[in-house]
Write a protein that binds this ligand. Structure first.
Ligand code: DX5
Ligand code: ZN
Length: 223
């Protein structure tokens, strides 16, 4: 299985990096012990912010061996999925709210040989993913409203993380449970207690003076 590791996977979000030095920021985070690199793609339509697209993913791909965890905050997603796959993303996650056909989108991602993820906004119930578990390699709970880094963690989402933990366990499937937004050394204990297996953190890692120490502290459960 390999999912229920003793320590959570740490996926720093490039959103909080210095965008004038992206290549250096990627190599630094790999050296600092990151497990994955989380890439926040925003379209100014699904979310009220714009970041980068497949060209930047392609440009960074040769400079790291870390799995690239693409979080698509774009609607529609389908027309761009192949471009992110070709650019070198290893995981492609889409919002259940982006529509219109989540099942089809996950099929498309899988057909391109990539791991497929479903992301749930804070107001979205777990039922949004129940009928597509067979196509999901990752489920991501947003613990802020997507669009910006550095927001406060929404503790209202903890019962949702626990409910997804039970759902995944009952399914017997090898699905990684990610939490994204407001992940800090303070919020990590509750997030892990709820059953998350992958922590996505922007500010808490790239905003720290010592990336390696920040990653190690998150992996140790915030202690
Ligand atoms: C928000 C993004 C997050 C963001 C998290 O829309 O999906 O990945 O980078 O930033 P922090 O960790 O600062 O809350
Ligand atoms: Zn994200």
């Amino acid at each position: 299985m390999g999912i229920m590791a003793a320590h959570p996977l740490i996926a720093p979000s490039l959103l909080a990096a210095d965008f004038s030095r992206l290549r250096d920021e990627v190599t630094a985070i790999e050296r600092a012990g990151a497990d994955w690199l989380h890439l926040d793609v925003m379209d100014g339509h699904f979310v009220p912010n714009i970041t980068f697209g497949p060209l930047v993913v392609r440009a960074l791909r040769p400079h790291t061996r870390l799995p690239l965890d693409a979080h698509l905050m774009i609607a529609p997603a389908d027309p761009y999925v192949a471009a992110f796959a070709e650019a070198g993303a290893d995981h492609i996650s889409v919002h259940s709210e982006a529509g219109p056909h989540l099942h089809r989108t996950l099929q498309l991602i899988r057909s391109l040989g990539k791991k497929a993820g479903v992301v749930l906004n804070p107001a979205t119930p777990i039922e949004a993913v129940v009928n597509v578990l067979d196509l999901a390699d990752l489920i991501m709970v947003m613990t802020v409203n997507p669009g910006f880094g550095g927001q406060a963690f929404l503790a209202s989402q903890l019962p949702k993380i626990s409910a997804l933990r039970r759902l995944i366990d009952d399914s017997g499937r090898d699905i990684i449970l990610q939490v994204d937004g407001g992940v800090t050394h303070q919020t990590v204990p509750a997030i892990l207690a709820a059953g998350a297996t992958c922590l996505i953190a922007g500010t808490a890692v790239y905003g720290a003076a010592d990336y390696a120490a920040a990653i190690a502290a998150l992996r140790a459960g915030g202690r």
